[in-house]
Design a protein around this ligand. Structure first.
Ligand SMILES: [Mn+2]
Length: 340
């Protein structure tokens, strides 16, 4: 029970929803840069809950979200900092309460926005499942054993016996966050709780087949062309169970890559028989974005933190490199064979 594990957060959240008549300004709901299904899902889920409770809230993302999430109920009203800086700054200034969802340090909101959020006088509530939260919020519900932030939002609302207020719209948003952050219920952190809360989302009327089609059957042709390059040049360190995947900047330019086209590419590396670690390197103009995935107890969070200025979860982490692609790949291979 959250009431026992995070009593201060639980108490403050309960007070917030019970004294709703006295909330004058908007509640601001935020998530991390490069928002994914869980960032959007948890934020919009909470938004629908507040809406039906009679509290108005504004969902704000640091930058654009991938197009396959366009269908999500309420997504049209999301404020994007990158596009509307001034408007967002005034919303931040007016906010009495702020929610920090699916990230645990303001720096993950990105440069610029991070400072604005830090200066805000709003009471801050954090709900997040990444390791090592910073103290940037007054009330923190952080649990790295949870497979998604959307699950945490649902657990909270169910414990308050208020989850029915989500309606079908809010339930669809949380379901999206749950399936995208768990690889459709297959990652190790999934528990019976995940299925219990999913059952409750079904009771709220979600159309899971339709949601799956939105999320998984809506890829652009570009994605398949890029996937072709990546798989054709894949390197396998068979003895160590490591799959190395990459895309050059040239290849991305040739196919006019857009945000989200390579979402989840790293997971293909773990589909290979015997693979324990997969790494995907995407060469941008001035640096290399890296995604790490692993199975079992191979800790990619520590690996990414130590060697590639990043972090995340044990089985899913990210990082970056400012060396050339060639140098970065070589450095990774040298390090990982001694690590696994
Ligand atoms: Mn998440």
């Amino acid at each position: 029970m959250i009431k026992d594990s995070h009593p201060e957060f639980f108490e403050a959240f309960s007070v917030l929803i019970h004294q709703r008549q006295s909330i004058k300004s908007n509640i601001l709901i935020t998530a991390h840069q490069n928002p994914d299904g869980d960032a959007l899902g948890s934020a919009l889920g909470l938004h629908w809950f507040f809406k039906r409770l009679g509290i108005s809230s504004t969902v704000m993302m640091p930058n654009r979200y991938p197009a396959f999430l366009d269908w999500m109920p309420g997504s049209k009203d999301i404020l994007i900092y990158e596009d509307e800086k001034e408007k967002v700054e005034s919303v931040i200034q007016d906010a009495e309460y702020m929610f920090i969802l699916d990230y645990n340090d303001l720096s993950r909101a990105g440069k610029g926005l991070c400072d604005d959020l830090g200066m805000s006088k709003a009471k801050k509530f954090m709900i997040d499942h990444h390791v090592s939260p910073s103290g940037c919020a007054q009330y923190i519900y952080s649990d790295a054993k949870q497979p998604s932030t959307s699950q945490m939002v649902m657990l909270l609302l169910m414990e308050l016996n208020s989850h029915e207020l989500l309606g079908e719209e809010g339930a669809a948003c949380l379901f999206t966050g749950i399936i995208t952050d768990t690889g459709s219920f297959r990652f190790p952190l999934v528990t019976a709780d995940t299925f219990r809360i999913t059952a409750a989302l079904f009771d709220l009327g979600i159309d899971h087949t339709e949601i799956y089609a939105h999320v998984y059957d809506s890829y652009d042709e570009r994605r398949f062309r890029l996937l072709g390059y990546m798989l054709a040049q894949m390197e396998v360190l068979k003895k160590h169970g490591v799959t190395v995947l990459y895309l050059t900047h040239k290849q991305q330019q040739k196919e006019h890559m857009q945000k989200g086209d390579t979402e989840g590419f790293v997971n293909y590396g773990l589909n290979l028989k015997g693979a324990k670690v997969a790494a995907f390197f995407r060469e941008d103009e001035d640096f290399i974005r890296i995604s790490f995935r692993s199975k079992d107890d191979v800790d990619m969070n520590t690996f990414a933190r130590t060697h590639f200025n990043g972090g995340g979860h044990i089985n899913a982490a990210g990082g970056s490199s400012y060396d050339s692609l060639e140098e970065t790949l070589k450095r990774f291979k040298d390090l990982i064979v001694n690590y696994v």
